[in-house]
Structures are given as C-alpha cells and as structure tokens.
Design a protein around this ligand. Sequence first.
Ligand code: CP3
Length: 355
Amino acid sequence: MTKETKRLLRVLNGESVWPPPVWLMRQAGRFLPEFRALREKADFLTRCMTPDIATEITLQPIRRFGMDGAILFSDILVLPWAMGQSLEFIEGRGPVLGPIRSAADLARLDPARIPERTAPVLETLGRLRAQLDGPDAIGVAAPGSVTQIGFAGSPFTVSCYMVEGHGSREFASVRRMSYEEPALYDRLIALLTETTTEFLSAQIKAGAEAVMLFDSWAGLLPPSEFRRHVIAPTRQITKELKNRHPDIRVIGFPRLAGVMAPEYARETGVDVMALDTGADFAKIAAEVPNDLVLQGNLDPLAVLAGGDAMRREVLAIREAGRGRPHVFNLGHGVLPETPPEHVGDLIRTLRETGL
Ligand code: CP3
C-alpha cells in the first residue's frame, strides 16, 4: 500500500488505478460561462498575472466537475513575455509577439527579469496548493485529493511563436532559421532550455506536484530536427529537474510526433507521455516500456459532439489503458464551443465502473 492519497499522483508515480484519474487540457478556459464572465474584467495576460483571478479560474472546472488534476491557469508565452518580448492576445487572432529574427533581437531578451515578472504565477501556485490541500478545499473537492500541475511550453514550440511572431500552421520562418542560421537558432533553444528549467523548478518549489511540457508543434519536424530541437532539450530539462527535485513527475506532450513518439518516450526521460488525438493508444502502449505512464487521448471533437459517440470513445480509451498506469485526458485542448454538460457526462462515464 502506498500512502499517497491523490489518485492522479499515484498514477504519475507509476501505479495503475481503476478507473483512471482524469483532467483535461484547457479545462481552465473558454468553454465555461463562469470563465467568460471573468473575461469581461481583465485582458488575458492580466488574468494570468493576478493571483486572485488565476486561482479562481484554475479552480472553476474542479468545482464543477471534480477533475483529479488542477492545471495552473497561465500560458506558455508568459516565459518569452517575462524576458521582455512584446506579447498581446488579440481576439480572433491569438497571440502576437514582436518576432525574434536576428542576433540583435535575441540580445534584447533579458532572462534576469523572469523571477520578478513571473512572481504572480508562483504566488498563484502557492495559493492553489494551500486551497487544494487545506480545509478550505471544501466546496472544491475533498481536501488533499487534487494534484496541482504546473507547466511550460517546450523550447521548440515556444520558439515557434517567438520567431514567427504569431500562430501558424507551418511555422516556416522558424524551421528555416534552424537550417539557415543554426548558430542563432541553437542559442535561442539553449536560452529557452535554461529558462524553462528555472521556471519549472520555481513552479515546483511554489507548489506544483507535477509539470507538463507542451510541445504542440513537435510534429512539424523531420526526425533529425526532432532529435535536436525536441528530444535533446526535453531530456536536458527533465534531467535537471529530477536532479533538483528527485520526486517530481514530468509529463511530455510531443503533439503529432507520430512514428517518433516511442523514441521520445525512451530518450527524453519523461515519466508520462501525453498522446495526441491521432495516436493509436493500444499500439503505442504495446511499443513503450510498461512503466511509462500514458496520458490521453480522447478527440476534443467527440466531447464537443457528446452523446453516445463520445461515451463509446471514452470507454474504448479507458479499456485500452486497463492494467497500466493511465491518466485520462483529451488528445488536445477542450474546444471553446464545447457544452459544459458534455464534460460532466465524460467524467461520469469514465468513473462508471459497473459497465
Ligand atoms: O486550462 C489549461 O490548460 C491551462 C491554461 C493554458 C492556456 N494555454 C490558457 C489559454 C495552457 C496549458 C495553455 C497552453 C498553450 N498556450 C499552448 C499549448 C497547448 C496547445 O493548445 O497546443 C499553446 C500553443 C499556447 C499559445 C496560445 N495561447 C495560443 C495559440 C492562444 C490563442 C488561441 C487559443 O487557444 O485561444 C492562447 C491564448 C489562451 N491560452 C487562452 C487560454 C484560456 C485564450 C485567451 C482568451 O481568449 O481568454
């Protein structure tokens, strides 16, 4: 018997728990009316940087649905913003940053500013942990039952937005920079590897019990580039975090990695691999070590659609994870148009073991 009482942490530690614990990527977000109400009050970055608001938004989905994990309300682009890169979230367009295209642009970034500018994020984590584990958790969930998850973007995915300056389907300017100006691009990846390690380490000290590295655009890279810009930095971050915090659990999400997923699982040292929507859960489970925790991977569109189709998929994925450590999640974030009742139904279905 383990003395760990948090179901999600037990699975992150390698135990198989039935039914599997659950949380959803982008659970703290736009699909909830109570989130949209707060949105009127402050812009996105202000919401991330105001502990009262960020704490509340993080807890909203837990209160409503009782997920096993609480993911911090923040964004992967907070890190470049904290180094001084300009950042705005524009309605209907997404993030817009002053792009990094030259050595001079890179030299203007100032990592020394990160601790001060991210202090509110750390404060939020501390408050969340106190609320989730203290007697005040009443009304949220049973005290001490919800795992606090911190996160950052992976160096490659964050570099995509930093160099391109906005979202894109291809991020061609970033991939060209890696071929045309390898020394410059390597410096950017090195800077991000270092600052991401420090930021995640600070999140762990502040109260995060597990951390996730979002590599949403990993699948754009051919194998040679994937090894250099995805596997190597992830390995370095994971190794250093584990040196400093031996018990920390690291979740990696190499979205669209496809055939590279098993190599990512073997080579990076992450404890958990999050599978994207297109990944064949059962097939990957057969290819990776039995003690690798898998997370995922319900199609966000199935949740949007709801009903029998969603319930069938929930049960199929639950079944595919039977007997191994599995954290139920989506294959990408909850879509903003998702009816909240569908999320409720998802969680009830998952926890219904009489079926
Ligand atoms: O609930 C949670 O998962 C916690 C918070 C969280 C957000 N972004 C909040 C957010 C997390 C973990 C992220 C990660 C993130 N941010 C990723 C990786 C995961 C993924 O979805 O692939 C990426 C690529 C970003 C960058 C980003 N932030 C984009 C492209 C956008 C605009 C498009 C969009 O999805 O809205 C954002 C804005 C953003 N991040 C919002 C939220 C709730 C919407 C802001 C608003 O309109 O209020």
